[in-house]
Design a protein around this ligand. Structure first.
Ligand code: ZN
Length: 103
């Protein structure tokens, strides 16, 4: 049994040594060996960047109108996020109050 595991390139079918890295590439054609993992990794990164709140990066080079638009879009997204959270807090509070009354 070999210690070096190999992975088959989905594009050209050549075998490359598996490094275990997400973005490992085929030694022959340079394609990603595990495109699903790369796609998943990108989704995770996107979700992380959204969690930090920077939906749209406002750059100094943007026109004033573009900057205003981006600030507006970010504000709308943040308020949507908070209203959903408040909604669930509200529901939880109602359930809690009903629970108190029922006792
Ligand atoms: Zn290949």
């Amino acid at each position: 049994m070999s210690l070096v595991s190999e992975i088959k390139c989905p594009k050209c079918g050549a075998w490359s040594p598996s490094t275990g890295e997400v973005d490992a590439k085929c030694v022959k054609c340079g394609a990603y060996l595990e495109p699903e993992r790369v796609a998943h990794e990108e989704e995770v990164k996107l979700a992380e960047s959204q969690r930090t709140g920077y939906y749209m990066v406002i750059s100094e080079n943007d026109e004033q109108l573009t900057q205003i638009y981006k600030i507006f879009v970010n504000a709308v997204r943040w308020s949507a996020y908070y209203s959903v959270m408040l909604f669930f807090l509200f529901i939880a509070a109602i359930i809690f109050i009903i629970g108190l009354i029922a006792l």
